[in-house]
Design a protein around this ligand. Structure first.
Ligand code: NDP
Length: 453
């Protein structure tokens, strides 16, 4: 480290990407500080992936209780009750435990944690409150924040941030949006017994996912009682005591106890002083970086949600590993954004990796499509009317599997395994020569023989 610097690296933001970068760099011998104004672990740990998944588990218990009867268990559903504050309190305790783990991971690696809000004063200086720190490298890893559309009455609208700390559940809720967060929260609320209406501005939600997956998810969510309204949006909201009148674009009024917006997230760059330094932002407000995460100021890098790459924890973690190696390691390694597997934890779950049928056709491939739809075995005795979809998108010329898509129980778990095969360039013939594990749902992925298109 040069004598004129307090640190080799200051990371702004202790979310998934920031913590990983700080730890890895410190383990490589760099003197590192991380500045954080809120909580350790960022969105993922505090108001995102982790608490969401805990809520999803909680919401799913209702289905398990209903299914129990078919297996001989006497569970009088009229005597079953659910206590929301217990779920929130237990979730909070688990998040506090994880916050502690993140703190210890940083401390054990020798990273200094600076609590406060950072401003970048010049290319090598970060100011937090009254103090300024000099660093050879500065990395912005401040993440993203929910966006709420500007409609009259918007002050009453909640986002995912507040939903994790809701004091009580309403009888009815409106969820606005048609992406990951909207469908996941619609599933959570409906599973916990809240009458739920989801409003999406387009013809069909989950834009960007395979069209079969979108239509199938629509059908399954409707079966679970979620009131899905497409080509619908909010014009304004009036507060009436503890309730809200939501005026829709088609003139209809909905009375509800809660309005949640899940209408996207913007890069969290407020107050960092980026524009003053000449750091370029793109039209959507994300920091522009090159392939090595470098901004237009050479000593300042950025990673994670703030640079507009897929807003997923594993992407930020991978970026952090690449950047740490570049700054303090052998400088090797690049990001590979191809075939990123992802799951949407709606009910049932979606899991997907690789190209959708629409993307593959657009790219000019001649395709074979394999598709299977069935009732998972578990529901044979319980009688649950829920189906599972599996789909493979195959390049007819090379036989390579370009994409795998699933809607059904444990879709994320199953697709994670297939992602390795797809990343390795597996062909349909190799899928076919793989033995199934019987009896599972997953075996269907290696037993689909006849293309449907
Ligand atoms: P998304 O970008 O996934 O979805 C935003 C939704 O809001 C879209 O349906 C969009 O419609 C709609 N929308 C945007 N602007 C407006 C507007 N002005 N009026 C009405 N509707 C609007 O964002 P999310 O907030 O759901 O999630 C953010 C990101 O977080 C995700 O993209 C994902 O990367 C990540 N995430 C990942 C999860 C996971 O891995 N399981 C879980 C949760 C989040 P349209 O499609 O028409 O543009």
């Amino acid at each position: 480290m040069s004598d004129s610097h307090d640190f080799d690296l200051i990371v702004i933001g202790a979310g998934s990407g920031g913590v990983r970068l700080a730890r890895m760099s410190a383990q490589r011998g760099a003197k590192v500080a991380v500045v954080e104004s809120r909580y350790l672990g960022g969105t993922c740990v505090n108001v995102g992936c982790v608490p969401k998944k805990l809520f999803v588990y909680g919401a799913h218990v209702h289905d398990e209780l209903e299914d129990a009867a078919g297996y001989g268990w006497r569970v009088p559903l009229d005597q079953v009750s659910f206590d929301w504050p217990t779920l929130v309190a237990n979730k909070n305790a688990e998040i506090e435990r994880l916050n502690g783990i993140y703190g210890r991971l940083l401390e054990n690696a020798g990273v200094e944690i600076i609590n406060g809000t950072a401003t970048i004063s010049d290319a090598n200086t970060v100011t937090v409150g009254e103090r300024s720190y000099r660093a050879k490298h500065i990395t912005v890893a401040t993440g993203s924040w929910p966006v709420v559309p500007d409609v009259p009455g918007k002050d009453c609208i909640l986002t995912s941030n507040e939903m994790f700390y809701l004091p009580q559940l309403p009888r009815h809720a409106v969820v606005w949006g048609g992406g990951y967060i909207a469908v996941e929260f619609a599933g959570i609320l409906a599973g916990l017994g809240v009458e739920t209406t989801l409003l999406y501005r387009g013809d069909l939600f989950l834009r960007g996912f395979d069209n079969d997956v979108r239509r199938f998810t629509e059908q399954e969510m409707r079966k679970k009682g979620v009131d899905l309204r497409f080509n619908a949006t909010i014009e304004s909201i009036e507060t009436q005591g503890a309730h809200y009148q939501v005026m829709l674009s088609d003139g209809e009024r909905l009375e509800t106890g809660l309005v949640m917006a899940a209408t996207g997230r913007r890069a969290l760059v407020d107050g960092l002083g980026l524009t003053e330094l000449g750091i370029e932002l793109n039209a959507s407000g994300h920091i522009v970086v090159d392939d090595h995460f470098q901004t237009s100021v050479p000593s300042i890098t950025a990673l994670g949600d703030v640079i507009g790459t897929p807003q997923l924890t594993p992407v930020a973690l991978a970026q952090a590993m690449v950047l740490s190696r570049r700054l303090f390691g052998d400088g090797q390694g690049d990001m590979d954004y191809s075939a990123i597997p992802t799951a949407v934890f709606c009910q049932p779950n979606i899991g997907t990796v690789g190209l959708t049928e629409e993307e593959a056709r657009e790219a000019g491939y001649r395709l074979r499509i394999y598709r299977s739809e069935f009732r998972p075995m578990k529901y044979a005795l319980s009688g649950r009317d829920e189906r599972c979809l599996m789909k493979l998108v195959v390049d007819d010329e090379t036989d390579k599997v370009l994409g795998a898509h699933m809607v059904g129980p444990d879709a994320g778990e199953i697709i994670q395994g297939l992602a390795v095969a797809i990343k390795a360039g597996a062909t349909k013939a190799q899928f076919d020569s793989t033995m199934g594990i019987h009896p599972t749902s997953a075996e269907e992925f290696v037993t689909m023989r006849e293309p449907v298109a």
